[in-house]
Design a protein around this ligand. Sequence first.
Ligand SMILES: Nc1ncnc2c1ncn2[C@@H]1O[C@H](COP(=O)(O)OP(=O)(O)O)[C@@H](O)[C@H]1O
Ligand SMILES: [Mg+2]
Length: 369
Amino acid sequence: MTIQQLKITNFRNIASADIYPTAGVNLLVGENASGKTSILEAIYLLSMVRSFRSKKIKSLIQHATEQFTVFGSIAAESGNSYSLGVQRHQQSADTEILFRGQKPAGVAEVTAALPVQLINPDAFRLLEGSPKDRRQFLDWGVFHVEHSFIDCWKRFQRALKQRNSLLRHGRIDQLEMSLWEKELSENGEKITALREEYLTSLKPLFAELLDKFLGLDNLTLSFQRGWDKNVDLVESLFLSRTKDREQGFTQAGPQRADVRVAVNGYTAMDILSRGQQKLVVSALKLAQGALLSQARGKQCVYLIDDLPAELDKQHRKVFCEVLEKQSGQVFITGVDAEALAEGWLNPDSISWFHVEQGQVSPKPHLGSE
Ligand SMILES: Nc1ncnc2c1ncn2[C@@H]1O[C@H](COP(=O)(O)OP(=O)(O)O)[C@@H](O)[C@H]1O
Ligand SMILES: [Mg+2]
């Protein structure tokens, strides 16, 4: 997927912007608070219909205006182009989406059409955050590669909710409980198999990238499915009914899965430097994009907020080379144009944009000024 045109209206500090990014690397340069992250946020919004900065989507509406609109013209790998618009009005209860001129069945349809990977300071959560952060990472990948996942996921969530609500009832209807446990475990086992399979496919791509970035060959990813290794999910649920009732919720299952990232047996986050962590996290995200391209022939859009931060010159260079060689579209922000200009193999193919007080304009290449 490539964003050919991006039009932003009344979004954060951007009153109006209309840019035509290149299919390769796009660099957004500007001072602090000029609106760089807001542009990445607008692209992320097109894919996820939410922000990575605010829970409240209304906070994205430019102050003293009524509504924001983000519009993208997207080129698919098939050669077709389509339009995608996301709009939110102050007074409205919903965010409106228009995909190929129509209201989509759900957000998942839009997300599937425009896979976006974000590498920003929050991406460290993949290592230092909770298992939920790692499950979200894993499930992003499974969702985009395996189309049966979303249905299993919805059914699983519904059954989990039902079981949790039954656990809090005074008297449990054993038959109803068994039925929900059956539904929960059937879908839970499928989700788990898909996650395991996905991680197995991801590992070699991740290892290759990590080798380029760091040469940390003793770093391992291991999947923990969320319940006792020795029993099926249905059995585990049955055996833990009493304990779960005491707690009032289902304690074991895929909703507790995790991916452990370790170096020589130690949790990665405890021993790696900040720069190393950034590269591990970036390798994980780039590997997801590479796998999507390999498995589905779809390209990912990468949003990289402040590339130079935490990286020395040598590692920035490797990072730039990897970004240039992979096939997805890339948007990178930075404060310092010179730091951003370094390290590219093919600087002439890069598009520059200057961001200043919410205005975005194409900028001549550094060096050609
Ligand atoms: N809803 C809003 N309306 C107007 N301005 C906003 C809104 N939300 C945030 N801002 C302002 O937008 C500016 C741009 O922020 P940001 O995109 O984070 O800049 P950068 O990434 O370039 O440092 C900030 O000064 C922020 O205060
Ligand atoms: Mg920023």
